[in-house]
Write a protein that binds this ligand. Sequence first.
Ligand code: NAD
Length: 253
Amino acid sequence: MQMDFEEKISVLADLVRGASGRTFALTGAGVSTESGIPDYRSPGTGLWTKHDPAKTASLSALRRDPALFYSINLKRWTSYSAVQPNRAHHALARLEKYRHIVGVITQNIDSLHIRAGSKRVWEVHGHLRTCRCLECHRQYSFSELAHQVESGLNPPLCSACRGLLRPDVVLFEDPMSSDYHKAEKALSGCQLLLVVGSSLQVYPVAGLPVFARHVAVINQEATPWDERAALVIKGSAGDILDALARVLEPGQG
Ligand code: NAD
């Protein structure tokens, strides 16, 4: 049976109500495209169509040629601070405030969920607020690293031991973050997982839906979980989550 947009939102709202506050969101790069940050895999606009991040944003690329690593990646990363959260980020923050979702597990490193007001956020691939020394592990703000590179000190170095600075993001070949392990634990008892804007191709995060009793997929393209999902809504994360948050707003029945 074909459902129109309103009907799909109503079914999604029923799934969220039925999960009695034990819903989590799992977001990927697609939740931030409406803020102007390209994802990896969307046809035509995805970053993957230009570089292979497994090669350019890997630990071995950083160690092999740190200056090249920063000249390829830094501009993109620093541009995220000028970007604003969009309707999808704001809707998830409202859904947490209304206690419909526990929090957001995100693969994104752009801090947009936190800037939109989400309180419980598991940043499983790290973030760009801090960086640290590869040798002595001293932590600095990310802006310290960016400032050095932008003033011609590339690669950026630790002022204590002259070791190489690295961003606190999970690079290809890095072990998973402590947030990833905390997210896995938090998902025990998860009744509903809203997967938003993720192609579900990057493991181990793409395996997290197995911990949820039910899964709803909100994405523009098909994902490997579509066949097992209780509901799939194809379209804009901003349109869909904003409509959902409006229906679930306190006082809306
Ligand atoms: P992905 O690029 O593999 O998949 C993104 C998915 O989002 C695609 O399937 C696409 O159809 C969908 N999409 C794009 N715009 C959408 C929209 N407006 N509404 C609904 N769906 C939309 O991204 P991924 O699964 O997150 O995996 C890529 C990896 O790259 C992740 O580890 C992520 O951390 C990283 N990454 C992060 C950022 C960021 O921090 N904003 C940006 C690019 C890549």
